[in-house]
Design a protein around this ligand. Structure first.
Ligand SMILES: Nc1ncnc2c1ncn2[C@@H]1O[C@H](COP(=O)(O)OP(=O)(O)OP(=O)(O)O)[C@@H](O)[C@H]1O
Ligand SMILES: [Mg+2]
Length: 554
């Protein structure tokens, strides 16, 4: 406790960690069991039989104010993340035991690896995430934001995913050297791949501008952290000349919010690397079929985004026109595979500044002054411009073009004009972008690639609604509203925008249900971590639909 009081970064990290875990508990444990009650000015919830109270606002985004407390022998005591971990573990273990006894799979995942409902890594992951946040805050305090306002926004997700039990947990020791939140900058490592072993597709020429390879070799940039992680696998190909080590690149690159994707300001491209580190639910590896899928999707999406931009002005995207790797077996092909992604400054219109949507869901210390001022002075107008840019193109990609975008807060950039108003929405990250099955001709694609780029229609709709409404709009709305006074109005505006879009497209049934108040799917990240499931096997729970009846309960 003394340490907590003495070090503001440690106490802030505790606050963030407790908040994220409490949100997960409310959404995935207490909410579905009916164990959440409004009790003005508090929200009351029960976890493993223990009553917790906290002041909350923000609707389904669940923003907390002040310290959460738990009831112990008639007195309210401060809740700590360590205690909440114990309570969550107890409740999850009991749920697992019940599921096991009646032979059913838990709603919070597939139960794999959880035995009779236990998980001996969980507490350590939460603690590691808390420590990482404190470390990042300390590293950050020693630096200044970069001059590029977009990169500043990419570096601002210090709290991480607001509904993840261990948002900043990571394996390995590279975080402060390579993390965007620490405002890291570093040169790439450059490898040469013997010409006959180059594996690539699409337009890879931007990679050749990162350095020079000797005759008979092709340049392959690598993430320095990844080269540390796969050093053993590289020993033989480096020893026999299939690969050569060309040292460090001559200029620094800047990591974006996903950590493993970096920006090279000279070529104005992003480079998405494999990183064998688990960040939230995934080891961040470019699988072979994702490398191929990115280029394939880029070709197919080009005309579709052209149509979307014509129908919904301000719609942009970041194409991924090529990848390069080395044909040294699947392990190294994936470990060294790099995807080229167009940088946002090249895609946004003149005078438009891209800002990460996730940064716009924060209070905004790192946002351009014009944005903060405009959002503050005219929250409803600002929000209307925001939701109009983001929502209709996502819905139309799905309904008209059979394309599932993954518009969560980290995959969307908002282009803002000099007046601080949103004028463009830039969609990125083709790994999560899928084609609705049956709507596209995938003949000729390898089966595994076709499978990886496809979603069933229902699965795709769930993903769209979760990412767009629960993960994205709800978070930005909670920030814009500040307090709950405006929240209803903001959701009414969003409803109008969706209703208007629905009217233009003959009210497709899933959208009519959404507008009618169908509960929203919410990804169960606590369940995913508890059951050690793959992210793609994640379970979903439901939350109240704020588009019709804003409810502060979950
Ligand atoms: N609200 C949020 N929703 C989803 N991810 C978030 C959110 N806030 C922070 N994140 C972080 O953003 C990253 C999202 O992962 P995602 O799979 O989209 O990225 P990626 O594929 O690794 O890289 P890129 O986005 O550069 O393609 C994770 O590191 C996750 O922890
Ligand atoms: Mg992403």
């Amino acid at each position: 406790m003394d340490r907590l009081l003495l070090d503001p970064h440690v106490s802030r990290a505790e606050e963030v960690t407790l908040g994220a875990l409490l949100r997960c508990c409310a959404r995935e444990l207490s909410g579905p069991r009916g164990h959440v009650w409004p009790a003005e000015p508090y929200l009351l919830l029960e976890v493993a039989g223990t009553l917790i109270r906290v002041r909350a606002h923000g609707g389904i985004a669940l923003r907390f104010e002040g310290r959460a407390e738990w009831l112990s022998d008639g007195s309210w005591l401060p809740l700590t993340s360590d205690l909440l971990v114990e309570l969550a573990e107890r409740e999850l273990e009991e749920a697992g035991a019940v599921d096991h006894a009646v032979g059913r799979t838990s709603a919070h995942g597939n139960g794999r690896g959880s035995g009779h409902g236990g998980n001996d890594e969980f507490a350590a992951q939460v603690a590691a995430s808390r420590d990482a946040i404190a470390t990042l805050l300390t590293a950050r305090a020693r630096t200044r934001p970069p001059s590029d306002p977009w990169l500043t926004s990419e570096q601002s997700l210090v709290d991480g995913h607001p509904f993840h039990p261990s948002p900043k947990a990571h394996t390995g020791s590279g975080l402060t050297r390579y993390a965007p939140e620490a405002r890291a900058e570093f040169p790439l490592r450059l490898l040469g791949v013997r010409a006959d072993l180059v594996a690539e597709q699409g337009d890879t020429t931007p990679l050749d501008r990162l350095g020079a390879a000797p005759v008979g070799y092709t340049l392959l940039p690598a993430h320095p952290w990844q080269l540390e992680l796969v050093a053993d696998d590289l020993r033989d190909p480096l020893a026999d000349g299939r690969l050569i080590d060309l040292g460090y690149g001559s200029r620094p690159v800047t990591p974006t919010s996903s950590v493993r994707t970096v920006y090279d300001a000279v070529t104005e491209n992003c480079l998405k690397f494999s990183l064998d580190v688990r960040i939230t639910n995934c080891v961040r590896k470019n699988a072979w079929y994702e490398l191929i899928g990115a280029v394939e999707l880029t070709e197919r999406l080009r005309p579709i985004f052209g149509l979307l931009a014509a129908d919904f002005p301000g719609t942009r995207w970041l194409p991924e026109p090529g990848y390069r790797s080395a044909a040294l077996g699947t392990r190294l092909f994936e470990a060294l595979g790099v995807i080229i992604r167009s940088g946002p400054w090249r895609e946004c219109g003149p005078g438009v500044t891209p800002i990460l949507a996730g940064a716009l869901a924060t209070a905004g210390d790192d946002l351009p002054e014009a944005v903060r001022a405009r959002r503050w002075e005219d929250p409803l107008g600002w929000w209307r411009a925001y939701a109009e840019r983001v929502a209709p193109p996502v819905l139309d990609a799905y309904f008209t073009h059979g394309v599932v975008l993954e518009p969560h807060l980290q995959n969307v950039l908002i282009g803002v004009g000099a007046d601080g108003l949103p004028s463009e929405a830039v969609f990125r990250d083709l790994e999560g972008t899928k084609l609705v099955s049956g709507r596209h001709d995938l003949t000729g694609l390898p089966d595994r690639v076709a499978e990886a780029v496809t979603y069933e229609a229902g699965q795709g709709w769930n993903r769209v609604v979760y990412c767009l409404v629960v993960n994205h709009l709800a978070e930005v709305a909670a920030t814009v509203a500040g307090t709950d006074r405006l929240l209803d109005d903001l959701w009414h505006v969003a409803h109008e925008i969706l209703e208007d879009y629905a009217g233009r497209r003959g009210r497709p049934a899933p959208l009519a249900e959404l507008l009618g108040g169908a509960p929203l799917p919410a990804k169960a990240n606590l369940g995913v971590r508890w059951t050690r499931s793959a992210d793609r096997a994640a379970g979903y729970t439901t939350v109240a639909n704020p588009l019709v009846a804003y409810s502060p309960r979950r």
